[in-house]
Design a protein around this ligand. Structure first.
Ligand code: ZN
Length: 90
């Protein structure tokens, strides 16, 4: 029996995150509130099978970011991050 992970890397969430922030978020970096690990969003674990996307810390599995979209609204929760550093538009 082969087990396959139920997550992808954070690049899988790039399109949805870019639609919120208007820039490529895979190179944005943050620090996990749970364990203090710093990482780019591309290095996070993306869970895409729910009603939205969930990014989890590759170090401790804490939820870093949640994004849920309805027909006319989006909900964003970054409560698992101490900070999110986004490259400024040029
Ligand atoms: Zn962590």
């Amino acid at each position: 029996m082969t087990l396959t992970p139920d997550f992808l890397d954070g690049n899988a969430a790039a399109g949805d995150l870019e639609s919120v922030f208007g820039t490529d978020m895979t190179v944005a970096t943050g620090r996990c509130r749970g364990c203090g690990q710093r990482m780019s969003l591309a290095q996070t674990r993306a869970y895409l099978r729910g009603p939205g996307i969930v990014l989890r810390c590759p170090g401790c599995e804490s939820v870093l970011l949640r994004l849920v979209r309805s027909a006319d609204q989006m909900w964003l929760d970054t409560g698992g991050l101490d900070y999110l550093r986004i490259p400024a538009p040029q």
